[in-house]
Design a protein around this ligand. Structure first.
Ligand code: P6P
Length: 335
């Protein structure tokens, strides 16, 4: 009976094709896949499992935590901390670095993750996701400190997201392209369904939270107004707009059919460089987008080149179809 190519088989094949034999990375990716299966089960049970709603607590971002934010963070920790591949972890839901308990073997990787991105959508049954990034631990101490995580996105070993939508998908890259796997709940395995994912270079679909329009910088104001002007404006064609308030859902749509996603720098809160977090949202998604032939920029710099200064640092994000992102970047460059 042919069950298709599981993620473990695919990653083993990919390593052979690239003359590598990194069993630690294979094991870690398998644990991450398991965490995403468990989270999928928790999310899909919804109100039946009493995990809806918010807690009285806030995360370091000052955001009210959903019950599932904390539950999914725990799932990630419990699924990955004892395998022996990790030196430490960091997450949107934890103020500081998570030390691997002394009783477990310590490994050479760092895992950074947003366990449930877009969690404000959970109570209204709109797709949410998980985002993860894997880095090398280059330190020598038993437990890494925050500074050990502050590596530019170009140093990521692997990255991916799980999308808990009409189906549960896991989309990953190890630097050799982007491949998508769909969870077959009959066998409990992620099976290869979207090999060699590539973003269309052109698009007519833009995604931005238009309620922030009055706070945008001039290049973004110009770009969006030209999209809205459609055929009657300088672009000479009509555009469509989407906004799901779930980055994973937006990025997945863009990888499948093209598009541009923008959460740009704005003046709404001048103290914030942007809304999205560099280490566990922008960097992993930028790695995936570039591997799929797209571009990802702050508007002034390639996101993967940004030198992080803090675990929870925010950056502006403009990513998606290459030719459309280049239009926005040209406006930032004053062309
Ligand atoms: P807004 C979710 O909280 C998130 O981090 C991204 O997934 C999403 O794209 C963005 O924030 C939504 O922000 O301001 O529209 O609620």
């Amino acid at each position: 009976m042919q069950i298709g190519t599981t993620i473990a088989q695919f990653l083993a094949d990919e390593q052979r094709a690239n003359n590598t034999n990194n069993t630690d990375l294979l094991a870690l990716m398998g644990q991450v896949a398991t965490a995403c299966k468990v989270i999928s089960n928790a999310v899909n049970k919804g109100a039946l499992s009493g995990v809806m709603g918010s807690l009285d607590s806030e995360n370091i971002q000052g955001e009210t935590q959903k019950k599932l934010d904390v539950i999914t963070n725990e799932i990630f920790i419990q699924t990955t901390e004892r395998g022996g591949q990790l030196a430490g972890m960091a997450s949107e839901e934890m103020d500081d670095v998570y030390d691997i308990p002394a009783q477990y073997a310590h490994g050479k990787y760092l895992l950074v993750f947003d366990p449930l991105d877009g969690s404000s959508n959970v109570d209204v049954n709109i797709s949410v996701g998980t985002i993860f990034s894997i880095l090398h631990y280059e330190g020598s101490a038993a437990n890494p400190v925050a500074a050990d995580f502050l590596q530019p996105g170009t140093k990521q070993v692997a990255a991916g997201y799980a999308l808990y939508g009409s189906s549960t998908m896991l989309v990953i890259t190890t630097g050799h392209g982007v491949n998508g796997f769909t969870l077959d709940s009959d066998i409990g395995e992620f099976v290869l369904t979207h090999p060699g994912m590539m973003i269309p270079v052109d698009t007519k679909e833009f995604a931005i939270n238009a309620s922030n329009q009055r706070f945008w910088e001039a290049p973004v104001q110009r770009y969006v107004s030209e999209c809205v002007a459609g055929k009657t404006g300088p672009r000479g064609r009509d555009f469509n707009m989407r906004w799901v308030a779930s980055m994973v859902a937006e990025v997945h749509r863009i990888i499948i059919r093209g598009g541009i996603f923008m959460y740009p720098k704005d003046t709404k809160d001048p103290a914030k460089a942007g809304k999205l977090r560099l280490m566990y949202e922008a960097n992993p998604m930028s790695f995936i987008v570039e591997q799929a032939g797209g571009l990802s920029s702050t508007g002034r710099q390639r996101i993967l080149d940004v030198q992080p200064e803090g675990l929870h640092q925010r950056v502006p994000v403009i990513l998606g179809s290459k030719n459309e992102v280049e239009v926005v970047l040209s406006y930032h460059a004053g062309m």
